[in-house]
Design a protein around this ligand. Structure first.
Ligand code: SDX
Length: 425
């Protein structure tokens, strides 16, 4: 029930239009603009800068303060005290698991990590140098072909099983993409390892010897998964919700999220940051690239900087930067040149009026690539790692959408094309 009202006066309308205003538990009030349609009016908001497309209880972001909460828990505390699978449970259920619930959840995920053996044949249709994101879009969508036993989207148990399957199988598919690209055999998952250890094993293990995971790298990998898990109504999550609103198969919906994430303005930025840092190559060239980023006639943007919501530091970037220092130190990588360039670039940008005026700060993608590179993951796999991590966010929002009465998403438009005219050819 609305606790406030907005009144809109429009030239040409005799009476003001009364619109309900709702308050959430956190964040700005929202104006319910649905009555406008009955008055022959639409709202206009390209890029959905000022549009709340749904109600959600999963994640909250305060962009001005640089706050990110999952189920009310600050990301900094989760990054320090929790782990990825525990955060997956939190995002799916709204509460942290107790010890028994966590053990059951971890074991359930372990029992779903293998993919159907037929999946391996999909890879042979791709060139070895195909971008792994193109393979992921194809393979995640193809999962639809294998799981006909859990596709009733109105059945909460089916939705839960789909979530388990996706959380468990994304690392397996991701590692298969990498192995295929280097001509090595696929590694089967191992149930004696943790989620992050198992991913590293499938990425870097081989049939000729026992793989012993490095605890430092496994911990860093788990933190990267955790920091990318969910982020409210970002472009790819909104895509998954919209695809889900048509009643599409959950695996197809997640494939649409993988596709949307791929863009360099979104999840593809982590790969673009590394490419940019390598192109800069030396601290002496930073000013040149900052000037390009500021030039309105140059399409170049400082990748890893800026955010639609954060007008302050992205709290994930802060944790990622600290993790970067830890991982490099623990690996004995002293003078990582890309890290030096990144830190200098951040310092220059944060002192530059152009970036300050536009509140452009490093985002989650700015430092993640340096850690992934230190772990030995090739740049082309960076967005695949993001997609794997974000799968829990996508499927949690998809499930939230289907757990209450819903409608197909169908935005309208401001039409500026030709009015009706007679065919006169
Ligand atoms: C992610 O939404 C999410 O939550 C996403 C994400 C998640 O977890 O899901 O956080 C993950 O996608 C992080 C963002 C990764 N993308 C990049 O790092 C690419 C570089 N950044 C941008 O392209 C940009 O900042 C966006 C896309 C992130 C945000 O774009 P907006 O909100 O549409 O802002 P804008 O394009 O309107 O920019 C406002 C101004 C413009 O200048 P003016 O026209 O006012 O003069 O800031 C400028 C832009 O030109 N600007 C930049 C810039 N980002 C914005 N200028 C130089 N370099 C940049 N990076």
């Amino acid at each position: 029930m609305a606790d406030k009202k907005a009144r809109l006066t429009v030239d040409g309308l005799e009476e003001a239009i009364e619109l309900p205003v709702y308050s959430g538990s956190e964040g700005p009030d929202v104006i319910d603009v649905r009555p406008l349609t009955g008055k022959g009016l639409f709202t206009y908001d390209p890029g959905f800068v000022s549009t709340a497309a749904c109600e959600s209880k999963i994640t909250y972001i305060d962009g001005a303060k640089g706050v990110l909460l999952h189920g009310g828990y600050p990301i900094e505390q989760l990054a320090e005290k929790s782990d990825y699978l525990e955060v997956c449970y939190l995002l799916m259920n709204g509460e942290l698991p107790d010890a028994e619930q966590k053990e059951k959840f971890v074991n359930t995920i372990k029992n779903h990590t293998m993919v159907h053996e037929q999946m391996s044949h999909f890879f042979n249709g791709f060139r070895r140098d195909a971008h792994p994101m193109s393979i992921m879009v194809a393979c995640v969508g193809a999962l639809s072909a294998f799981y006909h036993d859990s596709l009733d989207i109105n059945d909460a148990r089916h939705r839960e099983v789909c979530a388990y399957r996706l959380i468990a199988k994304m690392p397996t598919l991701a590692a298969m993409c990498y192995k295929y690209s280097i001509g090595m055999p696929f590694q089967y998952p191992r149930n004696d390892l943790s989620y992050a250890e198992n991913f590293l094993q499938m990425m870097f293990g081989n049939p000729c010897e026992e793989y012993v995971p490095n605890p430092v790298l496994a911990k860093a990998m788990d933190k990267i998964f955790l920091l990318h898990a969910d982020h409210e109504q970002n472009a790819s999550t909104s895509t998954v919700r919209l695809a889900g609103s048509s009643g599409a198969n959950p695996f197809a919906c997640i494939a649409s999220g993988v596709a949307a994430l791929w863009g360099p303005a979104h999840g593809g930025a982590n790969e673009a940051v590394l490419t940019m840092l390598e192109e800069i190559g030396d601290e002496s060239r930073i000013e040149e690239f900052v000037a390009k980023a500021k030039d309105p006639n140059d399409p170049f943007r400082l990748m890893g900087f800026g955010h639609r919501v954060y007008r302050n530091f992205d709290p994930r970037a802060k944790v990622m930067k600290a993790t970067c220092d830890q991982v490099l130190a623990e690996l004995g990588i002293e003078d990582e040149p890309l890290l030096k360039i990144a830190k200098r670039l951040e310092q220059i940008a944060l002192e530059d009026e152009y970036f300050v005026a536009r509140k452009l700060y490093p985002n989650v993608d700015f430092y993640s690539g340096i850690i992934l590179k230190a772990i030995g993951i090739p740049t082309s796999m960076f967005t695949v790692i993001f997609a794997m991590s974000r799968t829990i966010g996508w499927i949690s929002h998809w499930s939230e959408f289907h757990s209450s009465p819903n409608k197909i998403g169908r935005p309208r438009q401001l039409y500026t094309g030709p009015s009706a005219r007679e065919y006169d050819n």
